[in-house]
Design a protein around this ligand. Structure first.
Ligand code: 13P
Ligand code: SF4
Length: 325
């Protein structure tokens, strides 16, 4: 066994249920280098729940759903933040930390929702529905956030909408999230035809099949899934809410109707739970690899920057969201 493998052994214990030791041996060199570079650069890694287990459990300092990453970004003391997630998450971290260096390991890590709408689209919606508040999912660019009254995530959308005390909102850009949240709040939503390319692929038939093949399975779905999929599930919630459900309830069998790596990450710390793994990969989240994170810290790339005037308005929408409890 090499010296590097030995020094990362303690980390391996966290992922031993989901990564074979022989595979870890090929990762240990990058893990070791990333741990060293984090110390040298005074950097922290924020890892989204969809990162692969070696990133999520191996090198991330703070992990969570979009809401947790935004909240935690407010308290980071390091000089450098590496966002192991997608571009809108790195922008949110930058909005909340204008003086820090925020890096994204691969600039191509986008999001089909963020790409579905522009600032000009939001201005047109506002002109068509004057006075109706704009609630914008964090899965959007800073330009779009800057045109919005308040942001939300899948973890706090109900609370954000109820905090406004209105009976009608413009909720963009995820049509399915908007319809799922409207069903819970009774507030009328004006939607936008944006979809998550991962969650839109699940169907009620998939859930029927899972239930038939795995009797007793508890089915948890992300609210970016179509409403008929959410209706067929036992519970819907953000990635963190799904993780909390499994950790607390310890179902004998569970299926997470969401991105593939979630099941690996939750299963690594819940060895008593059997995971049925319907697998839809997010190609954007998977742009992050140990090698890309190592290169980001070695070369201090790719730095996320936001026009200051846009940033001020976008930050206000994010901060209004974070003030909702
Ligand atoms: P949450 O982690 O906020 O549930 O979001 C899921 C997602 O698709 C982020 O891209
Ligand atoms: Fe965007 Fe969907 Fe990928 Fe999340 S899973 S980053 S919403 S494409």
């Amino acid at each position: 066994m090499s010296a590097v493998t030995i020094s990362t052994d303690a980390l391996y214990e966290r992922v031993q249920n989901v990564i074979p030791r022989v595979e870890w041996a090929t990762m240990a060199d990058d893990v070791e280098a990333i741990l060293r570079l984090k110390r040298e650069r005074n950097a922290v890694i924020l890892g989204h729940n969809y990162q692969t287990p070696e990133i999520f459990h191996g090198v991330s300092d703070i992990v969570g759903d979009s809401l947790a990453l935004a909240r935690e970004a407010q308290t980071v003391e390091a000089d450098v933040i590496v966002l192991a997630g997608v571009h809108f998450m790195a922008e949110t971290a930058k909005l909340l930390n204008p003086a820090k260096t925020v890096l994204i390991p691969d600039l191509r890590a986008g999001c089909s929702l963020a790409e579905s709408i522009t600032a000009a689209d939001v201005r047109a919606l506002k002109a068509a529905h004057p006075g109706v508040p704009v609630v914008t999912y964090v899965n959007t660019s800073a330009d779009v956030k800057a045109e919005s009254d308040i942001c939300c995530t899948s973890g706090n959308a109900v609370r954000v909408i109820e905090s406004l005390g209105v009976d009608r909102v413009i909720m963009i850009p995820d049509e399915y999230l908007a319809r799922n949240i409207a069903a819970q709040t009774g507030v009328e939503v004006i939607t936008w035809p944006g979809h998550c390319e991962v969650h839109e692929r699940f169907t009620p038939f998939d859930i029927e099949q899972i239930r038939q093949d795995h009797p007793g399975v508890v089915v948890l779905a992300h609210p970016e899934c179509p409403p008929e999929v959410v209706a067929a599930a036992d519970m819907a919630g953000s990635t963190a809410q799904m993780q909390d459900f499994v950790t607390v309830e310890q179902p004998a069998r569970v299926a997470l109707i969401t991105e593939c790596s979630m099941s690996d990450n939750v299963s690594a710390v819940n060895p008593g739970v059997e995971f049925v793994r319907p697998c839809n990969l997010c190609p954007h989240m998977k742009r992050n690899t140990l090698a890309a994170i190592r290169a980001a810290l070695e070369h201090m790339r790719h730095e996320v920057t936001i026009d200051p005037e846009v940033a001020d308005r976008a930050r206000a929408a994010v901060e209004r969201m974070l003030a909702v409890r």
